[in-house]
Design a binder for this molecule. Structure first.
Ligand code: BGP
Length: 470
């Protein structure tokens, strides 16, 4: 379909940007914060920094929000560190942690920026992990209690709530993202039990939000992307639909409809990984309704039928590069796509397809909570940072988002990753995503100075014109 003209972004469209607590805040053990699984991680990829200081946002929150205001953001998506609010996950509440997020939210509101709050972004309190983490039902209760604390404290200041960031990536890459203790027997079986518990926790949190905050809007925030068959061979198409069910719909079907995707459930049964579903769980799942769907999008995936010869499977430890699963699907190169410096395929058109797939399936408003390009940005001697590659990536994705809007998809916001440079999940500080450069490297914190990149000016102009690209 080719349109003569594209639909305009609606008034009030949320032009945002995203971060997460452990990647940006630092102050990992200050003011009563408890350790999270991220802080307790034993090792980091060779040569990369830990998260103890990150971008030092905790100490620079007012200055950072001033920059976001200058950028013109109308929304800012951030996460609350669970262990800042409840240091051991389910015990006493930490008033200093609460105060920090009040300060952040108040600064945002004063600047006219809509807060979009993620309740949990990979950083489970370590104390809960030591008690079994998401394998235990008690973690479900702890999450719902934590959600209740957030609703009570921030409910009159926050409209948009996200439950769990990229639950699907935590499940599919549990070892990489730290939810599975090393040495877990039968990790895949365990991780799908954890997944079920997270789904129950999410449904209860959504129901609670609607009970105590009638005006709130709450939704899940998985990473969703279209899956292409490597060829029109029917077997490749089956592999692609299987992978899409396992990767995408398993999570959203439960969040929206309160039931598992048929294909995903068949896969879990066949593998012997179907979770134990307790009496009452399905009712709980059915009672949790999202008001919108948030999703993160970086790339698409292309898969072929498995060969079943022992070579289908692999795992790079990077959630954006999938290498297949023995007997289920195998990855295939997509000759139509280029790759970024980290081997992730770049697919703006796939963004539009992903929008359509989600919207046609659920008919709920969509908010993009991550999309962006990681790169080795350079701070020039004259204090500038030129990132034309990021501008190109984002403008192509905005164009496809506008096409999706024109297709009739209800898109309510776009929050690229990331508002400011932060510590990446896989490649440390060097891999940068922000509109604002943070002057530090892996080991040398230098002055952590903030520098506006060229993309800062580009995004500011885009927001000022409500998405009209030059
Ligand atoms: C998403 C995570 C983010 C962020 C992003 C980029 O999966 O939700 O926290 O890390 O990916 O990934 P990376 O930092 O590995 O480049």
């Amino acid at each position: 379909m080719k349109y003569d003209s594209l639909a305009a972004f609606p008034p009030g469209f949320l032009w945002g940007a995203s971060t997460s607590a452990y990647q940006v805040e630092g102050a990992w053990d200050e003011d009563g914060k408890g350790p999270s699984v991220i802080d307790a991680r034993e090792s980091y990829p060779a040569g990369t920094s830990d998260y103890t200081v990150a971008s030092d946002h905790y100490h620079r929150v007012a200055d950072d929000v001033a920059l976001f205001a200058e950028l013109g953001l109308t929304a800012y998506r951030f996460s609350v560190a669970w262990s800042r609010i409840v240091p051991d996950g389910d015990g006493e509440v930490n008033p200093a942690g609460i105060a920090f997020y009040h300060r952040l939210i108040d600064e945002l509101r004063a600047a006219g920026i809509e807060p979009v709050l993620t309740m949990y972004h990979f950083d489970l309190p370590q104390a809960l992990q030591e008690k079994g983490g998401w394998s235990e039902r008690s973690t479900v209760d702890a999450f719902v209690r934590y959600a209740g604390i957030l609703f009570e404290e921030f409910g009159d200041k926050v409209t948009y709530w996200l439950t769990i960031n990229e639950q699907n990536m935590m499940v599919m890459h549990g070892a990489a993202l730290g939810i599975l203790p090393p040495g877990t027997a039968d990790p895949a079986r365990e991780v799908y039990q954890q997944n079920h518990h997270m789904l129950v926790a999410q449904a209860r949190a959504m129901a609670l939000a609607h009970e105590v905050l009638p005006a709130a809007k709450i939704g899940p925030a998985p990473n969703i992307s279209s899956v292409y068959p490597a060829s029109p061979a029917p077997e490749d198409v089956v592999a692609a639909t299987t992978f899409s069910a396992i990767r995408n719909w398993l999570y959203l079907d439960v969040a929206v409809h309160g039931r598992y995707s048929t294909t995903a459930w068949a896969y879990l049964l066949e593998r012997g990984w179907a979770p134990r579903v307790d009496h009452g769980d399905m009712e709980v799942l059915a009672a949790g309704h999202p008001d919108f769907i948030a999703f993160n999008y970086y790339t698409t995936h292309t898969v072929a039928a498995p060969l079943g010869d022992g070579t289908d499977a692999g795992d790079t430890g990077d959630q954006h590069i999938v290498l297949g699963e023995e007997g289920v699907y195998r990855t295939a190169p997509n000759p139509y796509l280029t790759k970024n410096e980290f081997g992730w395929e770049v697919d703006p058109v796939g963004f539009r397809t992903t929008f359509r797939e989600i919207y046609d399936r659920y008919h709920l408003p969509l908010m993009v909570t991550e999309n962006g390009l990681g790169a080795f940005d350079v701070l020039e001697e004259d204090g500038t940072v030129h990132d034309p590659y990021r501008i190109e990536y984002l403008s192509q994705h905005v164009e496809q988002m506008q096409l999706a809007l024109t297709d009739g998809v209800e898109v309510i916001g776009f929050c690229p990753w990331s508002a400011i440079d932060l510590v990446s999940t896989h490649q440390g500080v060097r891999k940068r995503y922000g509109f604002v450069y943070v002057d530090r490297d892996e080991t040398d914190l230098r002055d952590l100075r903030r520098v506006r990149k060229d993309s800062f000016g580009w995004y500011k102009a885009l927001i000022e014109t409500n998405g009209e690209q030059a």
